[in-house]
Design a protein around this ligand. Sequence first.
Ligand code: ASP
Length: 349
Amino acid sequence: MKKLVFGVLVMLVSSVMAFAKPNIVILATGGTIAGEAKSDLATTGYKAGSVGIEVLINAVPELKNLANISGEQIANIDSSNMSDEVWLTLANRINELLDRGDVDGIVITHGTDTMEETAYFLNLVVSSAKPVVLTGAMRPATAMSADGPKNLYNAVALASDKNAKNKGVMVAINDKIYPAREVSKTHTLNVETFKAPNSGEMGYIIDGKVFFYNVSLKLNSKDSPFSVKGLKSLPKVDILYTYSQDGSKVAAEAFVKAGAKGLVVAGSGAGSIHQNQKEYLIELLKSKKVAVVKSSRVGAGLVPLSDEEIKQGFISANNLNPQKARVLLMLALTKTSDPKKIAEYFDKY
Ligand code: ASP
């Protein structure tokens, strides 16, 4: 009898504990975190996006101590092949899940190559204050000292934290927390690759505990006007790179011919564009058919515009790097083609 009462008590306590834990959904998209190599010493030459979400979850049984976990496979790709299609599927699924009362947060496993772009895209189109956290790994799941399991654990810890709401989309990697707008990959292979060059990190995750220090003042998520609801595609925006002896209009012309509605120039220094290329862009702006954003290949800092450039119709990327400026321009073009309105978006988001 005593045994029976004890058993019932244990069951009651564990179901109350399960109830008290947040419900976190992990959406897997592939990347090195799901990569398999032939040797445990290999950290290059492996296939990203090889193992499925269940394998990732089962590799970290400690996740169950943090949250009630469920997983969905959205894609299983190397993130260098990321596409608008996956972005739209991911964003719609996140909004659907976060609308539900029984989902408290989302973790996305993603390749590190384009994580900063996906994170910023979601930061602008997720319409909930609930936490959305991306994570990944620099070493494949099969590697000695693989970084994926700890990163996944930290991402779930962050998504489960009561202070993680209302902070926009975040990246949890290598024990640090970064804001989606600011985070950028800065090293090809090292595990300490992510930085936020303009703002620094938001905080740390130490032994599953979350410590916040900074938040971004730029608007995001439910305070952003962008939505992907009903969208089947996104406006085409391409990036032009500036370099010495550049000055040809070939690339810009080809992009426009292929249907680009926007161009982001990765200029030199504070956004300078080679004079020959600039002449073509000034002519292009007169047609009012293509928006042109000036950003910098430097990777940090504001891009100023002269009064003349504003008159010509150029838009400043503010301090967004070219790949992030591209994301914002794509979304801005879903709303307007007026350079003044687009410039306002670049100031706010
Ligand atoms: N190429 C991989 C990817 O982005 C790299 C990584 O995940 O670290 O999918």
